[in-house]
Design a protein around this ligand. Sequence first.
Ligand code: HEM
Length: 506
Amino acid sequence: MAVYLALALALAALWAVKYVMDWTAAVNALRNYPGLRYAFGPDSLAVKSRIPYFSAGYFNVFTRKHRDFEEFDSDIVSSVSWLPTPGRLLMLADATAIKEVTADRVKFTKPLAVYKILMFYGSNVVVTEGDEWKRHRKISAPSFSERNNRLVWDETMHIVKELSQVVWAGKREVPVPNVVDLTVPIALFVIGVAGFGKRMSWFEDLNVPEGYHFTFKDALHIVSTDLRLKLFVPEWLLKLGPAKRLHNFWTAYVDLEHYMRDMIDRRKDSENKEERYDLFSSLLDANEEESEGSAKLSDGELMGNIFIYLIAGHETTAHTLAFTFVMLALYQDEQEKLYQHIMSVATDGKLPAYEDMGKLSYVLAVLQETMRMFPPVINIPKHAEEDTTLPTQNMAGEKLTVPCPKGTAIMIHTPGLHYNSRYWKDPHTFNPSRFLGDWPRDAFLPFSAGPRSCLGRRFSETEGVAILTYMIKHFRVDVLEEPQFAGETFEQRKKRLLRCRTALTL
Ligand code: HEM
């Protein structure tokens, strides 16, 4: 017994020595560049909040915004974590360094392990690298065409018009206790029709098709909300479904797979393929036109890409719109400015058409300012493939050079960049006008940048501008008065309304 104990102690001691050596090596590789030293770093999803020595807290990436950079007096801050193994990371809030990282997709790749959660249904354009990514991007990029953008505009207007004229018909006031309950269905309907040619109205889609347990809309919503369960809970336990949430998730997951397979099969079988400009039809067309058989996407890969369009296509936009309505309700002067701007474009009382989108500059500015303050993606991860250095500055503007050895993890810290006063005057103030005229484009990164930037940017902007234009033209958005909050100050109210968390997106 004593021998085993001694052996175990010796092994533990060896492990501890190796562990300390690895940690020291990680610190030395970054030449002990100033930054965070916690058991769990800010890129670990293990603990949400900051706890001294234990956790940097992944949600603190959003809540602290540019503060860590100010405290360590540099627009690049390091992090060396201890668990599960010593890891080094550079957090970037410097526009020049970020431009270098996003422009060179060979030197700085995507750490694919982080994206595992997005490939359950099949490989796709978000979760691939190198030649594999090129193959996916070549077939998916043409879907995001001008014709598709026009479809997004027309269908979005149709959806909000139906909401206003039919669902809310005859109502002078419409209480919406949680704004997300409004913006998520709108965004789902838009991706349903402009993404998949599947029109889901506020009334239709109530009946669950035979062989399914959920409507398409509900299956998609449940899967995207609880996707992490698939990563952390073993499949047998999900199938067993001991808790309602697990059971619902698994049922919705299987339903969604059937819906997607059914869409692929139906489209393949249909004899006369009408010209359609939804993303899914264009994806299948581009795949069929691909002459080299080996370059074609398999059914599994098609399904993977469809899933990405579904997920990327609604969460981000829905939550951005939710934040936008809250900000407009809080800042009534900005809402009035926006209303006057819309009315100046909608002369003769008509609804602006897609061609007018360029004139609706203030509407886009309101969305951009919201995304600056509440970037849906708070961490865009990269991985250094070779030894290099990155340029930055301290708070006094003096130039600094940061070592970035091969293997270093990189976090493009969008809240740090978006609240960096070097680029944005009074960054904590909601001021959409800053996006009119000249503004620091390299310091605005909600959609990432470079070759791996968001394919759906124009899709989402078109949808957002259409929704805001219609809603603000027809309604005034106010904070719902509730007796239990009667005595609260403006700051307390703001804090309450802007309470948020981060799941797939903020
Ligand atoms: C407010 C709305 C949106 C935001 C903030 C956003 C943000 C982003 C970001 C940050 C990336 C880069 C991710 C990374 O490098 O890990 C990305 C990539 C991507 N997004 Fe979006 N997105 C939005 C809307 C959309 C929509 C509506 C679609 C499709 C319908 C879409 C499709 C994609 C795709 C396919 C990629 C992968 C591009 C590639 O790797 O080549 N996104 N998005």
